[in-house]
Structure formats: structure tokens, C-alpha cells
Design a protein around this ligand. Structure first.
Ligand code: KG4
Ligand code: ZN
Length: 346
């Protein structure tokens, strides 16, 4: 089975072709980061218009790179939600029209299921069941994964997501959007390498005993800390970025380790944009060694939004179905879509 995947939920147009026998054949991405940079965040209307501009040339590119034709595609997977409605509509309507023209199934994919499964695109993926840490711009969740569509939520954020906290901290420090990579690179310039009194920040809910998170207080603490320094120098900013990153990564590492202990499982997969953070990977790798669990990440480019994860999730769903889904090619988008409603494919 060969699946064309289309991602357009936010500010990245991602296309890819995944073959259940041969693996990932090609993928291509157009990031709108430069387009939105001057506004300090994503402008939905500009995002939709740009997806329209990119989606056809990117399709041609992935077909060419995979050395195959549209006629050799068995199904088209697309992000149906959650995300920006206008942006989702571009990928959804395009995917459905193309599938109707070719007479093949159009497969709606949940964006977070795409992220969640992305580590399985890499060599020697763990077998089910495992624990997944999903850390993106909008979500911070720990899940028990027993199979495709079999996800039990173990812990969630009570307020801001980890990625959101990175983005807000970046804004407070006068850095650009998206903030995660910029906070991470500023933290490398830090002159403190250990938490000390001067740069003390809270580690929210570290000892709460459960698997939930809360990051909104941390952002306020960053603001209070920054206001302490008059003037706020580049060195102060780098040290604050380091302390912030250290606090977030410690909480994520401790809770992931706790989730493995509580479930008795031995494998962790990490996905979503914050999964690209190297300080987080370093801490998790140390914990994995100490507590004897295995850990898998997506390659760096598949931590953030991409078409490969959508093609892969679509292909996994298709492979798990008893028969090919029938399609009337009616379509809708789901800007809000609770992952808890996902089910095992029938
Ligand atoms: O998964 P993603 O591309 O989009 C969502 O579905 O939300 O994640 C984007 C988020 C942003 O908040 C961005 O700042 C964060 O991931 N991010 C990072 C890094 N790269 C991206 N956060 C920390 N360190 C990074 N290296
Ligand atoms: Zn995403």
C-alpha cells in the first residue's frame, strides 16, 4: 500500500509518500516561519493562502523524488484536525478532490496521532505497548499506547503546553517566533550550568505524585526573574533561558520516568516539536540508562509538523482495517478534536 500524506494544520505544508513495504519514499516541507515572523505568531489567513500556493508543487516534488506517479498511490491521508480551520480546509479539500479523481480512499488523520507515531518511522521501533510523551506547541501529554488508535491518557497539562511555555519565554526575552529553538540556542551561551539561587525557577508539579503538568506559573516566574536584573544583559538572558529549559526538561523527564514505573512498561517514545530539544533528549537518555528503559525519538525534522507522520499514520490505519474504507468524498475539518475520541481502526 502506498499512501500520499498531506499536512496543513498550521504554518507548515508537508507532503510525503509512505509505502508499507518499502517505507518512506519521499517527503517535502515548506515552512511559513519567515512569512509569520514579523507578526510574532501565525496569522491564520496568511497561512491558508500560502498552503494553497505550496500544496500542488510539493505534491509534484514528492512524486518525482519517489519516482512514482499519482496512479501508483493507493490512498491519500490528510490532517483533518486539530488546527487552524482555514489551513486544514486547504489540505482536506485538496486531498479529498485528488482522491475522488483517482477513485481511491481519502483518510482523515488526527494531527496528534501523526506526531505520536512519528518515532515509529525510525529503524527498530519498539513493539506495543509503550509510553508516549507528546510535547508540542499545544499539547503536553503522557499516554499509554497499546496499538494504533488505542491510547490511554496518563497525564496532561493543566494549563500551558511545554512548547507554548518555550514560545512565551522567548517573547519575554525578546526572541523571535517560534521560540523553542531560539531559547535552546540562547541557553547554550549561559554562564551558569547549575541551578543557583540567582537564577532559581520553580519546577511545577514535580512532586505532585501524579502525571500532570502545569507550565503557566513558570512563564510568570521567568518574567519576575527578568525584572530583577536592571539592566537585563545578554548574559542574564542566556542564564534565564538555561534555567527555564532546565526546569522544563527536569519536570518532563521525572514525569516520563514515573509513567513508566506506574505502568510497568519498558519503552518510551517522545514526539512533538519540543522533542527536538537536545537538552531534553540528554536528560531523558540519562534517565533511560539509570532506570533501564528504552527510548526512541523521531529524527529532528519529524519532531515538528511534517507530511511524513501523516502519510505514516494513514498507512498504519489503512493496514489495520479489515477492508478498504468506502468513500463518498464529502469532507469536513475538525479544528478542535479530542484525541480521546480516536478508536482502533475497524
Ligand atoms: O509539534 P509542533 O511543530 O506543532 C504543534 O503541533 O504544536 O511544535 C511546535 C512547538 C513550538 O512551541 C516550538 O517552540 C517548539 O515546538 N519547539 C521547541 C524546539 N523546536 C520546536 N521547543 C524546544 N526546543 C526546541 N528545539
Ligand atoms: Zn504539530
Amino acid at each position: 500500500m502506498r499512501v500520499l500524506g498531506i499536512e496543513s494544520s498550521c504554518d507548515e505544508t508537508g507532503l510525503a509518500i509512505y509505502d508499507t513495504q518499502a517505507g518512506l519514499l519521499s517527503h517535502a516541507l515548506y515552512s511559513q516561519v519567515a512569512l509569520h515572523a514579523e507578526y510574532g505568531g501565525v496569522v491564520p489567513e496568511l497561512a491558508s493562502r500560502d498552503h494553497i500556493r505550496r500544496v500542488v508543487p510539493l505534491t509534484e516534488q514528492v512524486l518525482q523524488d519517489a519516482d512514482c506517479t499519482l496512479q501508483s498511490i493507493d490512498a491519500i491521508a490528510y490532517t483533518q484536525g486539530p488546527g487552524l480551520s482555514g489551513a486544514l480546509l486547504v489540505g482536506t479539500s485538496y486531498a479529498t478532490a485528488l482522491a475522488a479523481g483517482l477513485g481511491i480512499p481519502a483518510l482523515p488523520v488526527h494531527h496528534l496521532e501523526g506526531h505520536l507515531l512519528a518515532p515509529l518511522l525510525e529503524p527498530s521501533p519498539p513493539a506495543f505497548p509503550f509510553v508516549a510523551l507528546l510535547v508540542s506547541g499545544g499539547h503536553t501529554q503522557l499516554m499509554r499506547v497499546d496499538g494504533i488508535g488505542e491510547y490511554a491518557l496518563l497525564g496532561d497539562t493543566l494549563d500551558d503546553a511545554a512548547g507554548e511555555a518555550f514560545d512565551k519565554t522567548a517573547k519575554l526575552l525578546g526572541l523571535g517566533y517560534p521560540g523553542g529553538p531560539q531559547v535552546a540556542s540562547l541557553a547554550k551561551e549561559a554562564t551558569v550550568q547549575q541551578v543557583d539561587k540567582t537564577y532559581h525557577l520553580p519546577k511545577p508539579m514535580l512532586h505532585s505524585g501524579d502525571l500532570n503538568f502545569s507550565f503557566s506559573g513558570l512563564k510568570t516566574a521567568v518574567l519576575t526573574l527578568a525584572n530583577k536584573f536592571q539592566p537585563l544583559t545578554d548574559e542574564h538572558k542566556a542564564n534565564i533561558a538555561w534555567a527555564f529549559q532546565a526546569a522544563v526538561t527536569e519536570v518532563l523527564t521525572v514525569k516520563s520516568t514515573r509513567a513508566l514505573k506506574q505502568t510497568g512498561l519498558k519503552h518510551l517514545i517522545v514526539s512533538g516539536g519540543v522533542g527536538a530539544n537536545l537538552a531534553l533528549r540528554q536528560q531523558l537518555n540519562i534517565a533511560a540508562k539509570k532506570h533501564r528503559f528504552s527510548i526512541r525519538y523521531p529524527r529532528l525534522e519529524f519532531c515538528t509538523d511534517n507530511g511524513a507522520m501523516i502519510a505514516f499514520a494513514g498507512a498504519q490505519r489503512l493496514a489495520a482495517m479489515q477492508s478498504l474504507p468506502s468513500n463518498d468524498y464529502a469532507f469536513s475539518v475538525k479544528p478542535r478534536w479530542d484525541m480521546a475520541t480516536l478508536r482502533k481502526p475497524l
